[in-house]
Ligand binder design. Sequence first.
Ligand code: CAA
Length: 289
Amino acid sequence: MDTIGVIGAGQMGAGIAQVAAVAGYRVLLSDREAALADKGKAGIARRLGSAVAKQAMSAADADAALARIETVGDYAAFADASIVIEAATEREEIKRAIFSEVGALMAGDAILATNTSSIPITRLAQAAPDPARFMGVHFFNPVPVMKPIELIRGLATSEATVTSVETFAKTLGKTVVHANDAPGFIVNRVLMPMLNEAIFALGEGVASIRDIDTAVSLGLNHPMGPLTLADFIGLDTCLEICRVLHGGTGDPKFRPAPLLVKYVEAGWLGRKTKRGFYDYSGAEPVPTR
Ligand code: CAA
């Protein structure tokens, strides 16, 4: 593999583009329009700049990595890509539309992968040009920092596709884990009930936002408390994953906390809207209740 296509230049897509470029790949980074892809690339430039300032990387390596990223506003250039990784909004109809558009332009032997955090791979594969060359490649946020990649095969994914994507993932310096196509895969199956339970606890008045986060963070030695982490992931994404777990298993233990639903209805989606369980409009996050 030499050229990697990345669709979606938000938090996840830009992170994936960054690690691929640092690993030496040519990266085509796209979004709905070129200006959004450029914005994603500007964020990568900032992060590489701070790695240089911390002497974690040489300025020459950072410049070379950045120069390997080309931003594009459509998929025409994706004909050159050996693998295309979709990291667009977590909505099935958006992903399906992307797959049919990019699928028509990709090379006959190229692999299409999705960074979905919870939509079933076997179902999404139906919109891909070839389900045998389609699979889930789930990165974690922030991508340059977090070690694992979950590889999820759909029913029709070929062995050759899994082997080739695993080899690629390891060249990014990541640790590969394999998961079957079950709701939430591994990490979100385990993580989301914890975040959701913290929101139930808040809604039931067990403790304040600050105390829930402090207790879990220090008591379990987690880098972030669950409400801070939910804000970091995005409350809309958390709700969507809870719904996938609930709908996919039929198990009531996965039902979303009513307070999570309310926050999403209010448009309080976490850091990205500057308000979730914390208010992010000032220098330091302030709990909202
Ligand atoms: N992009 C790139 N690098 C970043 C970054 C970002 N957005 N945010 C922080 N970093 C880097 C910093 O540059 C720093 O690097 P060095 O050690 O090389 O200096 C390092 O991460 C630590 O950062 P900070 O010192 O600023 O802050 P911190 O120690 O509080 O760490 C954190 C920040 C890495 C985000 C840490 O709080 C953490 O690990 N939190 C948990 C994150 C987590 O659980 N992610 C998984 C979410 S679930 C998911 O992604 C799956 C899903 O489908 C929902």
